[in-house]
Write a protein that binds this ligand. Structure first.
Ligand code: SF4
Length: 330
């Protein structure tokens, strides 16, 4: 890899086809980071095993995610993009690190409690060690920086503590403490206007959805709930459709809609139609790139295998140092 400002690592669970929340909240950020950093982006399928009940779609979900990443502009010539399980060294590092983290610390983490609340019938051993695996993901590649939202800062602090513990125990600086690259992630609300956009809540718009499906989804969006009749003035400040206009329409159009909404000059149906047109226009180039990749899935797998080969080279070197440091027979 080229030596830019440093090495960024980020991983995302294979949730299949990505939606606008993923695009604006994470993927566009990944794309932008490529200019200044060497980037490693991992589709973390092993993490998915901690909570999924069936794995039948796992492989396809990895492919769908890769398609959206590539379509959005992640450049595999520039960045390493791969599937986590294709670099099995991460499981070895996870095992070694797991001996250095107290069980109480893991079960006290708010994220663990949240996962228990969400998956009460599947509180497995792997779920408890999830943050250790997440640390192994980052440390295996000696990443200098990890993009995190301010609310995720404690997760990375956990990884930094793991590094300090490890290096102290082995008596030398083997692992690298990653820095937080605090990032403003755009929070995209779902079609309901109440919850964050999420596939599980069925309130999403997929990046890859066709224009007609997208239009239909937009027409179901909740608007200003106080605006009952067409003749009532609306309040764009509380309307999710208006938030979307700010992301996908020109400034001139946003200004006009704001003024016409407040004076009841435009109805919500027309306002949504305009949004659907602008959204489809914005997504069109991305969709067409996706179609191209979709028609050549073998090529996409080759990109992922090649990424794993490059990642494995870095991982092999780190594991040599780790095994030697902890005294495992070489
Ligand atoms: Fe929202 Fe547009 Fe309706 Fe105003 S006119 S309430 S911005 S959908």
């Amino acid at each position: 890899m080229e030596n830019k400002k440093g090495l960024v690592f980020s991983g995302a669970r294979p949730t299949g086809r990505q939606h606008l929340g993923n695009l604006l909240g994470a993927i566009q950020n990944y794309v932008g980071l490529q200019q200044d950093y060497d980037c490693i982006y991992s589709i973390v399928d092993i993490h998915a095993l901690t909570t999924v009940e069936t794995t039948v779609d796992l492989k396809q979900n990895c492919l769908e995610m890769a398609l959206d990443w590539l379509a959005a502009g992640i450049n595999p010539d520039q960045s390493i993009m791969f599937v986590q399980s294709h670099v099995p060294q991460v499981m070895e590092l996870h095992t070694i690190l797991s001996m250095m983290v107290s069980l109480g610390k893991l079960t006290d983490l708010p994220t663990f409690k949240e996962k228990v609340r969400m998956h009460p019938n599947n509180v497995n051993y792997g779920l408890v060690g999830y943050p250790v695996l997440m640390s192994a993901d980052i440390l295996l590649y000696k990443a200098n920086a990890v993009p995190v939202g301010i609310d995720q800062a404690p997760h990375l602090e956990f990884t930094r503590e793991v590094v300090r513990t490890f290096n102290y125990r082995v008596g030398k600086q083997v692992l690298v403490e990653p820095q937080m690259k605090v990032t403003q992630f755009t929070k995209v609300m779902g079609l309901d206007g109440v919850n964050k956009m999420s596939k599980s809540l069925d309130n999403e718009i997929e990046i890859a959805a066709d224009a007609e499906t997208t239009r239909k989804r937009v027409m179901t969006m909740v608007t200003d709930t106080q605006r009952i009749r067409r003749t009532d003035p609306g309040n764009p400040d509380v309307c999710n459709v208006f938030s979307f206009h700010k992301m996908f329409s020109s400034q001139a159009e946003v200004d006009t809609i704001e003024q016409e909404c407040r004076s009841a000059g435009i109805g919500c149906v027309d306002c949504k139609k305009k949004l659907a047109v602008n959204l489809n226009n914005s997504l069109e180039p991305l969709r067409s790139r996706r179609h191209e990749f979709e028609s050549k899935p073998d090529q996409v797998w080759e990109i992922l295998y090649d990424g794993a080969d490059r990642a494995r080279k870095i991982a092999d070197q780190t594991m040599l140092e780790v095994r030697e440091a902890v005294g495992l027979a070489l």
